[in-house]
Design a protein around this ligand. Structure first.
Ligand code: SDX
Length: 427
């Protein structure tokens, strides 16, 4: 046990245990703070607050390290496939061949979605943002899978996990096809998990589906890179929603809504829109750099900066390399990629960005690959949600299995003191 932390206030000393993680991170355990001092902490955005102990993902923001269950993201992105990584995140170990086959077979058995769900999808206008559609459909799934609502046993949890792993790709594909006015497609269960997702998304009604290995491999790697990221905004939303013992599907629906925000997963769409605006503006990157630095201007350089990484986001490095490879392999010369690289170069040499340790994050280059794969800009954050699905599931499962208490932060009240009611005629 590490030494204790001592808080001194008004001449009294209070001791608190110090918790050390397996990577030597230290935390002051303040579970007894309010009962012993009468005080609470105040930390808007939880920049200094740990919400839980977790064994799933490790980040080191200063060194730019990211590991899922101890495995480096660079190795997983190169050597594993998305379904393997999903199993690793959820159950804690890389699956052997029979475990992976069983996991995939269990998923295949649940890969149908009730036809009535199509009526809900039909009710949306084509102009509906895909993230709003996906969040609604994910929540609506409960009505057709009532046994996945109140789950407590690991067996019930496994069935709910298998169901959502099976049905979520269908909802992702249907969300895109709805926007494109294409008939809803179920793909082909004999295909790999990501290949079937791609087929469901892109299969044309009057053409045979032709697999492009470059495209499938790129999509698989992007999903791995987005699979988990410890206690980010949307994952914290999934955990706190699930902490009330709300079901897995509604907790995921809440997470999808949180991810939608442009400061979080919605940034990948905002990056592409920003790069397109710069291109339309004659490629004037300096103008946008100046806007990003101008405190009077709400504009931010989307895809830059991170709450944890104060170094390169390791995922951004991998995606930047993949963007060159995929566009090269597909024979695509996208001027947007050159604008992105130019913007990165200027930003990394600019004192404003250097002083604030603002580097490209996962969202800066990902949209360029999604675009090359034929995915519409408004679907970029849906693809982020597809990748993040196993991470959200893993975090929700860990929170429930550890019996974490319901999340309920305190506050510092700064409103009116007590005052007498004033009747309407006297106001
Ligand atoms: C994701 O948490 C995760 O792990 C998230 C994620 C995941 O995998 O789940 O990694 C995915 O959400 C990546 C981030 C995507 N968002 C963006 O790219 C949006 C642009 N970036 C920012 O809005 C911002 O950097 C955040 C939201 C990502 C982080 O914000 P913080 O940690 O709250 O930092 P801050 O807003 O307090 O900024 C610190 C300083 C400020 O300047 P000063 O007040 O010190 O003068 O840096 C400035 C900010 O104005 N700043 C930026 C900037 N990001 C921060 N200035 C211009 N452009 C930016 N992008």
């Amino acid at each position: 046990m590490k030494d204790k932390a001592i808080l001194e206030y008004e001449g009294k000393k209070y001791e608190f245990p110090v918790v050390e993680g397996t990577e030597q991170e230290l935390a002051i355990d303040i579970k007894t703070l309010r009962s012993s001092t009468g005080m609470i902490t105040l930390d808007p955005g939880y920049k200094n607050t740990g919400s839980c102990e977790s064994a799933i993902t490790y980040l080191d923001g200063e060194k730019g390290i990211l590991r899922y269950r101890g495995y480096r993201i660079e190795e997983l992105a190169e050597k594993a496939d998305f379904l393997e990584v999903a199993y690793l995140l959820i159950f804690g170990e890389l699956p052997n061949k029979e475990e992976l086959n069983q996991f995939h077979e269990d998923i295949r058995q649940e890969s149908h979605v009730d036809e009535e769900m199509k009526k809900i999808l039909d009710a949306f206008p084509k102009s509906a943002h895909p993230m709003g559609v996906l969040s609604s459909l994910t929540s609506a799934l409960i009505a057709f899978n009532p046994s996945s609502v109140n789950i407590s046993s690991e067996k019930e949890m496994y069935h709910a996990i298998i169901r959502i792993m099976a049905k979520f790709p269908v909802l992702v594909a249907w969300t895109m096809r709805k926007q494109k006015g294409l008939p809803l497609d179920y793909g082909d269960d004999s295909l790999g998990y990501v290949e079937n997702l791609h087929k469901m998304m892109f299969k044309r009604p009057n053409k045979d589906y032709v697999k492009n290995k470059i495209v499938i491999d790129a999509l698989d790697q992007l999903l791995i890179l987005h699979a988990d990221h410890e206690q980010n905004c949307s994952t914290s939303t999934v955990r706190i929603t699930g902490s009330s013992h709300a079901g897995l599907f509604v907790s995921l629906s809440a997470g999808i809504s949180a991810l939608w925000g442009p400061l979080h997963g919605g940034a990948n769409q905002a990056v592409l829109e920003m790069l397109e605006a710069i291109e339309a503006d004659g490629g004037d990157t300096q103008k946008y750099m100046n806007k990003a630095k101008d405190k009077e201007d709400p504009f931010r350089l989307m895809g830059f900066g991170h709450r944890v990484y104060k170094n390169f986001d390791p995922r951004a490095k991998i995606i930047k390399k993949a963007a060159d490879e995929v566009l090269g392999d597909l024979g695509i010369d996208d001027p947007i990629l050159s604008i992105a690289k130019g913007l990165e170069k200027v930003a990394l040499e600019d004192p404003y960005f250097v002083e604030r340790k603002l580097y490209p994050n996962v969202d800066f280059y990902s949209g360029i690959i999604y675009r090359a794969l034929g995915i519409p800009t408004e679907m970029f954050t849906v693809m982020f949600a597809m990748g993040r699905l196993p991470g959200w599931i893993a975090q929700w499962r860990e929170m429930r299995l550890r019996g974490e208490p319901i999340g309920r932060p305190r506050q510092v009240y700064i409103g009116e003191n007590e005052r007498p009611f004033v009747p309407l005629k006297k106001r």
